[in-house]
Design a protein around this ligand. Structure first.
Ligand SMILES: CC(C)(COP(=O)(O)OP(=O)(O)OC[C@H]1O[C@@H](n2cnc3c(N)ncnc32)[C@H](O)[C@@H]1OP(=O)(O)O)[C@@H](O)C(=O)NCCC(=O)NCCS
Length: 121
């Protein structure tokens, strides 16, 4: 009989809603951009008509990761969103290669939202 694989246990769930106008205001300060986003995220956002929507979405992902992991000590720029060729996002935390996270993002001109699920390593 084939061995049944055991699905990984979900260890956390986080959601966040970010206001695009607030992120746009904060992004006027280059120190905020450096403290929060990675160069790859800034480059991806810059390719959009409304880069602040994408920045707000990534801000929401970072807050959602912190909620999913219950770890407020994580530097925001250690959490990185990357998009596949099809646009599907993935998120990783620097220095935590064993961490398994799933993410989904949605944004409009006013708000960006993200949901993150964490699995046991
Ligand atoms: C991919 C799709 C689902 C995104 O939905 P949307 O309502 O346009 O936009 P949202 O703001 O909700 O979502 C955007 C985010 O979806 C995510 N996304 C994009 N492609 C994705 C994919 N293939 N799989 C999972 N997530 C994806 C990205 O994170 C993106 O944000 P980002 O570029 O800042 O990372 C949508 O564009 C699509 O292709 N729908 C297919 C059906 C369709 O064509 N409907 C229109 C009929 S009129």
């Amino acid at each position: 009989m084939a061995k049944k694989s055991i699905p990984p246990a979900v260890t956390g769930l986080g959601v966040d809603l970010a206001e695009v106008a607030r992120v746009r205001r904060l992004a006027a300060d280059p120190r905020f951009l450096k403290r929060v986003f990675t160069p790859g995220e800034l480059a991806y956002a810059a390719r959009s008509k409304n880069r602040f929507e994408r920045l707000a979405a990534r801000f929401a992902v970072k807050e959602a990761v912190i909620k999913a992991l219950d770890d407020t000590s994580l530097p925001l720029n250690s959490i990185e969103v990357e998009n596949s060729e099809s646009g599907r996002p993935a998120v990783a935390v620097k220095g935590r290669p064993g961490l398994r996270l799933l993410v989904s993002i949605s944004h409009t001109a006013a708000y960006a939202s993200a949901a993150v699920i964490a699995f046991e390593a």
